[in-house]
Design a protein around this ligand. Structure first.
Ligand code: ZN
Length: 279
């Protein structure tokens, strides 16, 4: 036997089921494995590549408002099924599935609270609930939030995370929400009150083409997908290759669609300064 033999190692291969759920997350951009606690401490932003993970509506509200100041509006408003939509999945099934998965009743959460001691109205759309798409309830909740801001002479901040745009399950009823939210914002604007729109990944289609695109100031998180039609459909239609980074925050900032890109860790500070300055 050799004097310096190879030490014997026991190789333990962890199966996916051996790793406790919720302990680790994989970065969707650079694939690095991240300890969930580290990710939480870093505002759910990948410390390696700066990828901004999706934030749920309540997580977002907690990250922006002063502690325990949020009071929710229209918490129990539920979607009807006006078309009795049936596809591979019925609308009723899709609603109940996403309610169960997210703990939300709809894709928008709205209410009032304080930001650095100043009272504001806030609305957030959550991309985990039918892609944050706008049906009648999302449109109605956002419209009521804007109207409350106008009535009480308050600034409004709307944080959008809506890849789905208008909600196809509701057909024309969802398209009508684009006009309704935009009209409410017109009266808020006419009253000379500030509206700050925050675009997160992704903000697309009917949401971007209505309230999300109408901010007095439009802020985006880094590398968020922002646009109307998705890049794949555009490429197929015009039969041309789109430039690198097309429809990402950095690209749309360069082309004048938005005003600034703010890293999530600075978002509360920036919004507080803007609200202070504009009101
Ligand atoms: Zn990463």
């Amino acid at each position: 036997m050799a004097l310096f033999g190879k030490p014997k190692y026991t190789i333990v291969r962890l199966k996916k089921k051996d790793i406790p759920d919720g302990l680790w997350a994989k970065c969707e951009s650079c694939s690095v494995a991240l300890y969930n606690k580290t990710l939480e401490e870093n505002f759910r932003v990948c410390p390696k590549c700066n990828y901004h993970f999706t934030l749920g509506a309540y997580e977002r509200i907690n990250s922006l408002l002063d502690k325990d100041t949020f009071s929710e509006f229209d918490k129990d408003m539920l979607s009807a099924d006006p078309l009795e939509f049936k596809g591979p999945k019925t609308y009723a099934d899709k609603l109940s599935q996403d309610m169960h998965a997210t703990g939300l009743k709809e894709a928008a959460v709205t209410g009032e609270g304080s930001l650095d001691g100043k009272k504001i109205i806030i609305a957030v759309t959550d991309s985990r609930f039918i892609m944050g798409s706008m049906g009648s309830v999302v449109g109605e909740k956002i419209t009521r939030a804007i109207e409350a801001a106008t009535k009480n002479k308050l600034p409004i901040i709307i944080v959008s995370g809506s890849g789905g745009g208008a909600r196809m399950y509701e057909g024309m009823f969802s398209l009508m929400q684009m006009a309704k939210t935009s009209a409410a914002l017109y009266y808020h604007h006419k009253a000379k009150l500030p509206y700050i729109s925050v675009l997160t990944n992704p903000t697309m289609a009917g949401v971007m083409a209505s309230f999300a695109g109408l901010g007095d100031i439009i802020i985006a998180e880094p590398r968020a997908l922002i646009g109307f039609t998705g890049p794949r459909v555009i490429e197929q239609t015009i039969r041309q290759k789109l430039p690198a980074g097309f429809q990402r925050s950095e690209f749309v900032l360069e082309h004048g669609l938005i005003d600034m890109i703010v890293h999530r860790k600075n978002l509360k500070l920036t919004l507080g300064q803007l609200v202070e300055y504009l009101s």
